[in-house]
Design a binder for this molecule. Sequence first.
Ligand SMILES: [Zn+2]
Length: 112
Amino acid sequence: MTFNWCHGPNCHTRETHSRVRGSGDNKVLRTIKIKQGRYNYYDRGNNQVSMWDYFCNQGCLMDYIREHLTSIVAIAPRREALETPIKVVKEKDTNWRGDLYTRTRITMVDNG
Ligand SMILES: [Zn+2]
C-alpha cells in the first residue's frame, strides 16, 4: 500500500484526535497519512492521480494553494484569454402567462 503525507502546510497544527500520536507527556499532532486511491475520485486526470492522494481535506488543499500560489501558476501561466466559438440564437417563446417573449440561447459551435 502506498501512502503520502498530507501536503497541507498546517495539517500538523489542526487539533483533531486523528492527528494525536505519542504517549504520556510526549504527545504530538502529526501530519495526516493518506492511503493512495482511498476514494474513487471524480477528479482523476489521465495520469490517474487525485488531489485527494496528497491532501487530507479541502482546508489543507487551500492552505497549500495559498502558500504556493505564485509557484503553481508559474507552472502553466495564462498569458492571453481563451475563447470558445458560440452561436447566440434568439428564440420566441411564451412564458407561464402565455405572453410572447424573446429568449437568447448560447450554443456551442462544432468545429469538428
Ligand atoms: Zn492535511
